[in-house]
Ligand binder design. Structure first.
Ligand code: URA
Length: 446
């Protein structure tokens, strides 16, 4: 029997837990477990769980409470031991950004360096893109892999990027959707529990976290991002799991492409060693940390190996093998322009002469959503072909005669509207401005 509030049969009333958190009191492990597992099983109603989340959002959670919440979330489902994978295993997670194709580059790059990456990724939501949506723009690519398939592929190829199965941390799926609907996403303990529950449920030798900061990130300041990085690192430490977290810039798109097929094409160019820039630099930085931690290499040697794997074709070869293993068209590596879907309309965007100044990267991410590349609700389909390329980085000189961006749209009106929105989201200054650092710093590893 369950009441409207979701009172369980054992006399436990979740409203008491909500009231205690509302009043700023510390919750016990049992109270947190009852709420998290009760909500995941459907025994606790949405409105009660939403009130709990808002109370936690406003009054915060202590380290102990965050740890118990994470444990309850992991315990809500199965775990992935990956016992059949012989290579050193590394996982990597980003808190979400715009033109953040690091996973697309890092997973095959790490595989080509002798590591194993079993990556469970998400779909785009809000202004941020999702790796699964990007990969599904490759014709035939399958993201639904069973645990056995995932493990077999990682052992054979070195990497797999797949959807999180429904039985892995189901509490996070339920709570994340409710947080999205109740304006309770940007809370440091709630994000830390959400991110780390998914990382701790998969048994890897190292977790690398990319905690984004800036106008296109959940954490708008480096200080807030650092706090989140430290909260995640503390959780990993309390589980005795090695974890390194970088706070990285998301005050502008990381790469050039924003949109699913466009981002795959850019990742392929990086994997083939054809383009340099911040996307390559960040993927290399993660590959360096993974190799120093798991292979015992010096930073110099690790960096040289990573750059050689990109420039020598080994990383692109691992991407080809992963795409083929997951049913996708492997020719995407050799002829991305022939294999990936293309939008029918291209619109050039020009700005005035000057220097590219600060921008609203979240608004830029939303331009891609407006074009159809992302979703505002979890169940929406995405258009793989649309999006835009935005060429300059903050501080670059802008020549008013040259396009700063090209929009890829379904129709002319949509393309023109997106072009206007892009211009509204950026600033052009007369005085030179300096660009933001790419990596603010690293946390963890001690
Ligand atoms: N990414 C996650 O996985 N969880 C959050 O809560 C926010 C970003």
């Amino acid at each position: 029997m369950t009441t409207a509030a979701g009172e369980g049969s054992g006399g436990f009333d979740p409203r008491d837990v909500v009231a205690r958190k509302r009043d700023g009191l510390e919750l016990s492990a049992e109270e947190i477990r009852e709420v998290v597992l009760g909500y995941a099983s459907g025994a606790i109603a949405d409105h009660v769980a939403a009130a709990f989340l808002m109370a936690a959002f406003i009054n915060g959670l202590s380290d102990e409470e965050t740890s118990e919440m994470t444990r309850a979330m992991v315990d809500s489902g199965v775990t992935l031991p990956l016992r059949g994978v012989g290579r050193p295993k590394v996982d990597k997670h980003s808190t979400g950004g715009v033109s953040d194709g690091v996973t697309l580059v890092f997973a095959p790059l790490a595989a080509s360096l002798g590591l194993a990456v079993a990556k469970l990724s998400g779909r785009g939501l809000g202004h941020t893109g999702g790796t699964l949506d990007k990969l599904e723009s490759i014709p035939g690519f399958r993201v639904e892999l069973s645990a056995e398939e995932l493990e077999r592929q990682v052992e054979a190829v070195g990497c797999a990027v797949a959807a999180q199965s429904r039985d892995l941390v189901p509490a996070d799926g339920a709570l994340y959707a409710l947080r999205d609907a109740t304006a309770t996403v940007p809370s440091i303990p709630l994000i830390a529990a959400s991110v780390m529950s998914k990382k701790l449920a998969v048994h890897t030798d190292l977790v690398l976290l990319d905690v984004k900061t800036g106008s296109g990130a959940f954490m708008k300041t480096p200080e807030a991002a650092q706090e989140l990085a430290e909260a995640c690192a503390r959780l990993a430490r309390s589980w005795a799991r090695p974890c390194l977290a970088a706070v990285t810039d998301m005050s502008q798109p990381l790469g050039i492409a924003v949109g699913n097929a466009l981002e795959v094409a850019e990742a392929v160019a990086v994997l083939r060693g054809e383009v340099t820039g911040r996307l390559r630099d960040l993927a290399v930085a993660f590959a360096v940390r993974a190799q120093t931690a798991l292979l015992g290499l010096s930073e110099d040697e690790a960096e040289r190996r990573a750059r050689d794997a990109l420039d020598g074709g080994e990383a692109a070869g691992s991407f080809r093998a992963m795409v083929e293993a997951q049913g996708g068209d492997p020719r995407v590596v050799d002829h991305p322009d022939r294999v990936l879907p293309k939008a029918p309309v291209q619109v050039e965007v020009k700005a005035r002469d000057g220097y590219l100044g600060p921008m609203d990267a979240e608004a830029l991410g939303r331009v891609a959503v407006t074009l159809g590349a992302g979703r505002t609700r979890k169940v929406q389909a995405v258009d793989p072909a649309v999006g835009f390329e935005f060429y300059p980085k903050v501080g670059d000189r802008i020549d008013g005669h040259e396009p700063i961006a090209v929009v890829h749209a379904r129709d002319e009106a949509g393309g023109q509207r997106a072009a206007e929105l892009i211009l509204r989201a950026i600033s052009i200054t007369d005085e030179p401005v300096s660009g933001p650092v790419l990596i603010h710093g690293w946390t963890g590893g001690d």
